[in-house]
Design a protein around this ligand. Structure first.
Ligand code: HEM
Length: 538
């Protein structure tokens, strides 16, 4: 008996119905995510609209607007959500150890090897983290003789003489590259030792060349991060969406870092003569890797060749230097911008900095630096750094994770949504830090919100830095949970040292701040890549 509909037509009809079910009916009406408010009418059925927002550099603003309109949990795509709350939000996703999304290894792989930042699964990540996290603890940093000697040399031999020259020239200059240079010098000297680390403060040509290499790649991150398969597919057809000079820039940065790795290895082999040359993080990581590969422990994940091990170490440390200099440089440029708009606050900060013993002054009149513990305890300095990291988080963008196979509930009490496994979910500091119910006038830079005034016996009043309650819980500049920033203490250490050095000795004023607004990017520098200031010695 012949079928009433020919077989090919029947197959086409069934396929069409299946597609309608899979791509329209299920995501629109039946998926558990269909109950979550959609940030855009297309969000339930296609990711194209959010991908387009990413491509057009307006992802953060779009997600922020969606949370303001629709609440704490919003749907960004058929399999993607964003959260903007603490309980049922960052506590669940980041405190719950959800694994990272492919977004990380797609982009942050160096020398062909992943590192702590770009490892997806928790086992290799926690093995690597155990190897080095102690070198970044506050106690280690504050008591490190190597870091103290490196800080002294960077501030007294490089930074303060340079600032003194710039102040006496009375000429305006772009302070952003200098801040990137000093943070790079701090981080690489701690990683590789003073003699093997960078000296971008004094080597102007190398500084400009490196910063050009680093920044010129920025607008091409979209393709490997968000559309890696499309990129490969287009390349197969001969369409290059990422120009080859981006690859050349990556290679040159890798080569530059490898030079420092090799320098640190030479020092480790021949022995350290000057404590400032100790390659603290390199030595710790290299030692731990050798120990791990020669151990027979059941937690051992692989048996790398010496060459693979060398590249793994270099990949890890290249990630630290990039994560460390860029973010701290961005934070400092906004801190200086905000302080330059408030000369009275600069005076109050200077008064506080002059209580340090000895104060950080140029010239040999002050051979030692004050104890990092005392710098760390200064309340106004603390409040200024904390508030800058709130309003101008250097990483304000979404940090994508994947929900576990068992699924989870997202959203605050009484507003929870069931989310199945395998869904991309993220939070962004940009939105968490702009919650008006937690931070009054969230768009204002107000360090005072972190200070309380207290009676101080006969001495009158004193201020105390306070970071607690809801303001502390929503503050997310370094992320949270097991994948939180491992370098946060080093970041705070170097930023406070640098701010203390500048504002003990100089005042800053703005000459040109056009383009100071932050880029709409995961890591967000000023759009104009500059802040023109004038320095005056005090
Ligand atoms: C103001 C300065 C800094 C800020 C705002 C910052 C912020 C962050 C944030 C938000 C994360 C989590 C990102 C994510 O999961 O998507 C992170 C991770 C990380 N940061 Fe930082 N960071 C800073 C400085 C540093 C420094 C100085 C270093 C090291 C020298 C560093 C090394 C790392 C590493 C290795 C990770 C990955 C940690 C992991 O996955 O376990 N960061 N940072």
């Amino acid at each position: 008996m012949a079928l009433p509909i020919p077989l090919p037509a029947l197959s086409a009809l069934l396929l069409t119905l299946l597609c309608i079910y899979k791509f329209l009916i299920y995501p629109l009406f039946l998926s558990p995510l269909s109950k979550i408010p959609a940030a855009h009418p297309l969000a339930a059925v296609s990711s194209l609209w959010i991908v387009y927002k990413r491509y057009s550099f307006c992802e953060l603003a779009t997600i922020h607007d969606a949370h303001q309109r629709l609440g704490e949990v919003v749907r960004l795509g058929p399999g993607e959500v964003s959260v903007n709350c603490v309980r049922g939000g960052i506590q669940t996703v980041y405190g719950g150890g959800f694994e990272k999304h492919d977004w990380y290894p797609n982009m942050f792989t160096n020398y062909g090897h992943t590192n702590m930042f770009s490892m997806i699964t928790s086992k290799p990540h926690s093995i690597r983290k155990r190897m080095i996290s102690a070198t970044y603890s506050k106690t280690t940093l504050q008591s490190s003789a190597a870091l103290a000697a490196q800080s002294h040399s960077i501030l007294h031999s490089r930074f303060l003489p340079l600032l003194t020259r710039l102040a006496s020239s009375n000429e305006p200059f772009n302070i952003f590259p200098l801040l990137s240079a000093i943070t790079m010098d701090f981080v690489t000297c701690y990683l590789f030792g003073l003699s093997s680390g960078s000296n971008l403060l004094q080597k102007e040509e190398e500084r400009n060349h490196f910063l050009h290499l680093y920044h010129c790649r920025r607008s091409y991150n979209f393709w490997p991060q968000e559309m890696p398969r499309m990129k490969a597919w287009l390349e197969w057809f001969g369409v290059k969406v990422v120009p080859s000079w981006v690859g050349d820039a990556n290679e040159e940065i890798e080569k530059w870092t490898m030079g420092m790795v090799e320098g640190a290895e030479r020092v480790r082999e021949t022995g350290v003569e000057d404590v400032a040359d100790s390659p603290t993080v390199y030595a710790q990581l290299a030692g731990s890797m050798v120990k791990a590969s020669s151990s027979s422990s059941p937690s051992k994940v692989e048996d790398p060749t010496p060459e693979t091990e060398r590249l793994q170490i270099a990949s890890e440390l290249l990630d630290h230097l990039a994560a460390g200099f860029d973010t701290s440089g961005i934070t400092l440029v906004y801190l200086i911008h905000c302080l330059s708009l408030r000369p009275k606050l600069q005076s109050a900060l200077r008064a506080e900095l002059l209580t340090l013993s000895p104060p950080i002054l140029p010239s040999s009149s002050s051979p030692n630096l004050p104890s990092p513990k005392y710098i760390d305890a200064l309340p106004l300095l603390n409040a200024i750094v904390q508030e800058t990291l709130r309003l101008h988080a250097a990483i304000p963008g979404p940090q994508p994770r994947v929900t576990p196979a068992s699924g989870c509930k997202l959203g605050g009490e009484g507003k929870e949504f069931w989310v199945p496994g395998g869904v991309r979910c993220s939070a962004q500091a940009w939105s968490l830090h702009r919650n008006g119910e937690v931070y009054a006038d969230p768009g204002e830079w107000r360090p005072e919100r972190w200070l309380v005034e207290e009676e101080d016996g006969e001495l009158g009043k004193k201020v105390r830095f306070v970071c607690e309650g809801e303001m502390a819980r929503w503050w997310w500049a370094f992320g949270s949970g097991g994948r939180m920033c491992v370098g946060s203490n080093l970041a705070i250490y170097q930023m406070k040292m640098i701010v203390a050095a500048i504002y003990t000795c100089f005042t800053t004023s703005i000459v040109d701040d056009e383009g100071i607004e932050q880029c709409d990017l995961y890591t967000a520098p000023p759009r104009g890549n500059k802040l023109m200031v004038k320095l005056e010695a005090v």
